[in-house]
Design a protein around this ligand. Sequence first.
Ligand code: TAP
Length: 453
Amino acid sequence: MTQYTVINPATEQPVAAVPHTTAEETDAAVARAVRAQERWRAVSPADRARLLRAFAAQVDGHIAELAALETRGSGHPVGAATWEAGQVRDVLEYYAAAPERLTGRQIPVAGGLDVTFHEPLGVVGLIVPWNFPMPILSWGMAPALAAGNTVVAKPAEMTPLTAIRIGELALAAGLPDGVLQVLPGKGSVVGQRLVDHPAVRKIVFTGSTEVGRQIMAGCARHIKRLTLELGGKSANIVFADADLEKAAATAPYAVFDNAGQDCCARSRILVQASVLDRFMELLEPAVRGVRVGDPAAADTEMGPLISAAHRDHVSGYVPAGAPVAFRGSAPDGPGFWYPPTVLAPVSTADRAYTEEIFGPVVTVSPFADEAEAIALANDSPYGLSGSIWTGNIGRAIRVARGVETGNLSVNSHSSVRYWTPFGGFKQSGLGRELGPDALDSFTETKNIFIAAD
Ligand code: TAP
């Protein structure tokens, strides 16, 4: 039996050894999920809702434990990890309201009546990345379960601990055996098997665009339903008429949150040329002020990167002689630390400007006017997120409609809320998670004609 040793990214010390699930064990789990789904779909909507609320209550009772586990296993600052565990509870509570509202339609037809039902798909495979192990698990898990599917989840190899614990909490809440299974292991083994297994009817994949492309090809063999939440290179667009103090004060948190390991990171700051110097003056103290350090300390804002290999990857975007405008701090000694780093001026052909870095590195570039801001923002294969800062509501609407991206905020650096649909344009993915319509992608619509004569 092979296993993976989870490393604390802040100390480089081992945290736990987790056995790898094999392809045969994955098949057995899928078979269990198929059997469990027959029972789960027959649970009345009110009882399914009650069980999801009980699951949320279990998570709520273990927020501190889950947060501490994420801090040790993934290096997330404990404040952020506490929010992330709370998000799992909140997403479960939100979708606990769904089973009793999964209504169909009655459609007027000649000769009888026609009614529609939202039928569960069956077994859903969730493939989760390492950057937000808890929230991203919950975004697929909660609506899938609410719709009457069973779930087989594969956490990232490096960060399986909180997902395993959440799986235990589901059982403690009374979810029947086999309804939610968590299989730690390798993407190339467990993830691949979920994609290839004919009884898995949908894959929800969050991760890199490159692996997403392979998964899409794999799903095509079975015409398998698929949601893809992939990479990003989002723009934070600051117009001269914006509240520059607020835009600059929040810009570090729009990109350095989770040490930049965030698909929504606004890693290209675009600033109207007439206020560029003033913006940079305001941005520098904001960046230097980001509290980077011990993730277990309550006031830490940014922790380490996930691994030594990932730190090498990130630092490759800042070679000797790179145009570093200014940087924040990072601890010395053990841990995969990298300081918040601002690059300017950068060419729009620079890799740091065009590629997803997935680390605490941001570029700042000027633009002349609205048209150029939109053109620069859209000059990317990605389209996941972004922000617009302006005091002109008309401009905010025009630019927001012009930017080809799925989730935008105006005069705010945050655009992810579980009440609203989330997903990307272009190579950032397919489909939408979250929001009131999320169950549409976890059900098939069936229509039944009933003759009345
Ligand atoms: P990936 O390397 O793509 O891995 C994501 C998940 O896929 C992991 O669980 C991985 O398992 C698994 N996997 C790898 N190869 C597979 C295969 N052949 N078949 C099935 N599963 C496979 O991404 P990552 O490095 O963990 O995450 C970073 C990327 O995710 C970034 O590009 C980021 O933008 C994106 N991301 C997007 C979003 C949204 S919502 N759009 C959110 C977070 C992250 P292993 O752990 O074993 O490799």
